[in-house]
Design a protein around this ligand. Structure first.
Ligand code: PLZ
Length: 449
């Protein structure tokens, strides 16, 4: 894998010239705490100045290796040439007209790409929004309008956003829901096939979990009352959980047999992140609706609901929209991002990142018994940290390791219901030397722990 430039003048090298955070970041942090609400946290106390390829340069001139991509967003890098070129041209032409007032071509072109790229060869339509949460909310609106039913089924460890409805769909209380209720009604949570933590063993996980889900829906909700089943094909914030193979197809079959809209939330896993356009493809799943955001637009805010034309058309005319949904600059960026994914074959790069990461993390697992599980797909890889000799979660080691990586100039993120998962989401354009250097820094952090 050769090094790709993600920004014309940004050297693809880690470089620390001050402590982390440096003096300029510290000054900005003081200004931040005076005026930014404390509810809005930041993983690392450094302020970005430029970013591109596999690095983020801070205001003190430190250059950090990026294993976060701004939470799985900048898959093409933070300043990909085609994204900058197309978004800049659009910016000069016009910033906004509102698609609901006078439409423009970019929006239509993005919907055409979504129809081509998402799984299934049926007729598809899309609607564009600003954020992942908004896309999930709209998928639920559409599924309810189509089925004329109300109930929505979601899963343990699921994450779908921070708005009122999507908080209700999200599993984890702290920090997402605590003190923010009451939540939307008619949401039902069922188990997910989490192989590492399945009590009777990973080999029984897919069948037993699917049986439990179907039994719970049938007995507690009534399949005929369910509008939608919403699931992430690889669960993101909940801990990069890959449902045991066979689980998702059983759920899809149940949904199909009962007139339930199956919604794949691919906001984190989509757009080449897992080494294919969408993570569903692994098991040949064709969702009725698919929600996308994050990686779609190279860092600009854009989200979509895409799905079967008859379902998408169930919402009455004027029933879907929003002032900024499908903003022209964000659409231009999405077209640049998709162009980059095709041109650089970023699916192949994601698979290569998996190969390198799993190799290195697998060796670390043999050495450090607190690494309970190494998992994930493509450039969506994680390690689950446990107490030595058990599967009890080890959030302390997780945050200590993350801190050590940050101090060494490596941006890593944590996740997981138990706060014990270190996740790695490098831009797909990261150079292989930077990728290995990041893994060296992680290994040093383990050695010092
Ligand atoms: N669905 C699967 O991963 C966003 C959340 C970060 P928005 N994940 C990052 C945080 O702590 O707020 C996400 C996701 C899945 C929906 C969403 C929501 O997307 O664009 O953040 O609204």
């Amino acid at each position: 894998m050769t090094e790709l430039s993600g920004g014309p003048s940004l050297p693809q090298k880690r470089r620390l010239v001050t402590a982390i955070p440096g003096p300029k970041s510290q000054e900005l942090l003081a200004r931040k705490s005076a005026v930014v609400a404390s509810g809005v946290g930041s993983v690392m106390p450094v302020f970005a100045a430029r970013a591109g390829g596999g690095v983020i340069e801070d205001v003190d001139g430190n250059s950090l290796i990026d294993f976060g991509s701004g939470i799985a967003v900048t898959s093409v890098g933070s300043s990909a040439e085609a994204v900058v070129r197309r978004a800049s041209a659009q910016l000069a032409d016009f910033t906004h007209t509102c698609f609901m007032v006078t439409p423009y071509e970019g929006y239509v072109a993005v919907c055409e790409e979504l129809a081509k790229l998402t799984p299934g060869d049926h007729a598809k339509k899309s609607a564009l929004f600003n954020s992942g949460a908004e896309a999930v909310e709209n998928a639920v609106k559409i599924a309810r309008a189509y089925t004329k039913r109300q109930a929505v089924v979601v899963f343990d460890h699921g994450y779908h956003g921070r708005t009122n409805l999507t908080m209700a769909l999200t599993a984890k209380n702290m920090p997402y829901k605590h003190s923010f209720g009451p939540f939307a009604p008619e949401i039902y949570r069922v188990p997910v096939a989490y192989p590492y933590r399945w009590l009777t063993g990973a080999e029984n996980c897919a069948q037993e979990a699917a049986d439990q889900v179907i039994d719970m829906i049938s007995k507690q909700v009534g399949a005929e009352n369910v509008a939608a089943i919403v699931i992430e094909p690889v669960l993101g914030e909940g801990g990069f959980i890959e449902p045991a193979k066979g689980f998702l197809p059983k759920i899809v079959e149940f949904a199909n047999n009962n007139g339930i809209v199956f919604v794949a939330d691919e906001i984190q896993s989509g757009f080449c992140r897992t080494g294919q356009w969408f993570a569903c493809e692994d098991e040949g799943i064709v969702p009725d609706l698919i929600t996308t955001a994050k990686g779609i637009a190279g860092g600009l805010p854009l989200a979509a609901v895409t799905g079967r034309a008859d379902i998408m058309d169930a919402a009455h005319s004027g029933g879907l929209g929003g002032t900024y949904g499908g903003n022209p600059v964000a659409c231009a960026a999405a077209l640049g991002s998709i162009e980059t994914m095709r041109e650089l074959d970023l699916n192949a790069r994601a698979r290569r990142i998996e190969e390198v990461m799993k190799g290195r993390l697998g060796s670390m697992q043999e050495k450090y018994e607190i690494i309970g599980d190494v998992r994930g797909r493509g450039a969506m890889i994680a390690i689950e940290l446990v107490q030595s000799g058990s599967k009890d979660p080890n959030p302390d080691a997780t945050s200590a390791l993350a801190k050590a990586c940050h101090a060494a100039g490596l941006v890593v993120l944590t996740c997981g219901t138990y706060g014990n998962v270190l996740r790695f989401l490098p831009p797909l354009v990261i150079g292989e030397d930077l990728l290995n250097e990041g893994l060296d820094l992680l290994e040093e952090a383990f050695a010092r722990l």
